[in-house]
Design a protein around this ligand. Structure first.
Ligand code: PLP
Length: 360
């Protein structure tokens, strides 16, 4: 068996130790006589798995008591709709910050339900910056302000939580949740799809402050109401049990690494190395303004775009895969989430140097 270093943006690499644990437990979880995916979600075994996952993520993120942690289906994309449907509370206006492709998708859905005010946008720099927070136009009477804490496609990340006053803050943390410390108490809602930093797709984690639950817009389908999910412990319908279990294994793994602060230190090191390799070369370039660069998704271009195909095939021969940039951006993109070991980043840096030396 030869596992590659997978730089995919999502679904993305999962820690090998997590896969091994899942493999060990595949046919029989503990003494249950069955696989987790065959268990009733109402049985005591699955309930214990579900509760442990919740307790672990609460501990890792230091989630205050007055927040619910929900394990939902439909990915982060469903949260694009659930957020306005639950948080409008009779208001019409919402504020959004547009920092790229994922912000735009969230805005598009929010427009179905609300009158979206764009508080700030980095469109004029082709989404290579974060607009200075003191320049944001925030209507304190809007229902909430939404931003994307890491733009997975553009490789742009917020390095602090924007201070926007008393308005409820909502963040799409799909691609940087658990990669760095966040003060959950600063948010009304945090949501993230599973497949970047938490394991498999098919599940989204939503952390929502209690007082924001129970106000769903009249006429909304039951599945869109946070209250139904909160009251039922995320078992309003059959949850994505196996994904929930795997997410729990990832949370355990993060705890074994020393928690979020230890993971964050590794992520800083990994990203700094890769950016240094790019910046110290005349052949590779990253377009993002220095203070807005993502630690998770690092797009880069080659001075000679005609060499892209060759770069990808040489990378693949070296066991480094899924480096092709998003179709909307071009070039390359290395996604180096929590599960990407530092050795994978080192291997990429060596391969890049060798490619530049021999092919450029
Ligand atoms: C991947 C991603 C999404 C979409 O997640 P799905 O699970 O496919 O719905 C939303 N926002 C961001 C920032 C992402 O990276």
């Amino acid at each position: 068996m030869s596992r590659v270093y997978n730089f995919s943006a999502g679904p993305a690499a999962v820690p090998v130790d997590v896969l091994k644990k899942a493999q060990q437990e595949m046919l029989e979880w503990h003494d249950s006589g069955m696989s987790v995916m065959e268990m009733s979600h109402r049985g005591k075994d699955f309930i214990s798995i579900a509760e442990k996952a919740e307790a672990d993520v609460r501990e890792l993120m230091n989630v205050p008591e007055n927040y619910k942690v929900l394990f939902l289906q439909g990915g982060a994309t469903t949260q694009f709709s659930m957020v306005p449907m639950n948080l409008l509370r009779g208001k019409e206006k919402t504020c959004y910050v547009n920092t790229g492709a994922w912000s735009k998708k969230a805005i598009k859905e929010a427009k179905i339900h609300s009158n979206v005010h764009i508080s700030a946008s980095s469109e004029s720099t082709n989404f290579t910056t974060i607009p200075a927070v003191d320049s944001w136009d925030v209507d304190q009477n809007a229902a909430y302000l939404h931003y994307t804490s890491n733009e997975t496609i553009g490789g742009v990340e917020f390095h602090s939580i924007p201070d926007v006053g008393d308005i409820d803050l909502v963040a799409d943390m799909s691609s940087n949740i658990l990669s760095r410390e966040f003060d959950v108490s600063k948010f009304g809602v945090i949501y993230a799809g599973g497949q970047k930093n938490m394991g498999p797709s098919g599940i989204a984690l939503t952390i929502v402050r209690d007082d924001l639950i129970g106000n769903v817009k009249a006429g909304s389908p039951s599945m869109m109401d946070y209250k139904n999910h909160a009251d039922a412990g995320s078992m309003f319908n059959t949850p994505a049990t196996y994904s929930w279990y795997l997410m729990g294994l990832v949370f355990e793994w993060i705890k074994e690494q020393g928690g979020v602060s230890a993971i964050e230190a590794q992520n800083v090191r990994k990203a700094e190395k890769l950016y240094a390799a790019i910046d110290n070369s005349d052949f590779y370039a990253n377009p993002v303004e220095l203070t807005s660069r993502s630690r998770m998704n690092i797009p880069f271009t080659l001075a000679n775009a005609e060499l892209e195909g060759l770069f990808l095939s040489e990378a693949k021969s070296a066991g480094l895969v899924t480096l092709k940039g998003h179709r909307s951006v071009g070039g390359m993109r290395a996604s180096i989430y929590n599960a990407m070991p530092e050795e994978g980043v080192d291997a990429l840096i060596s391969m890049m140097a060798e490619f530049e030396r021999t092919k450029a």
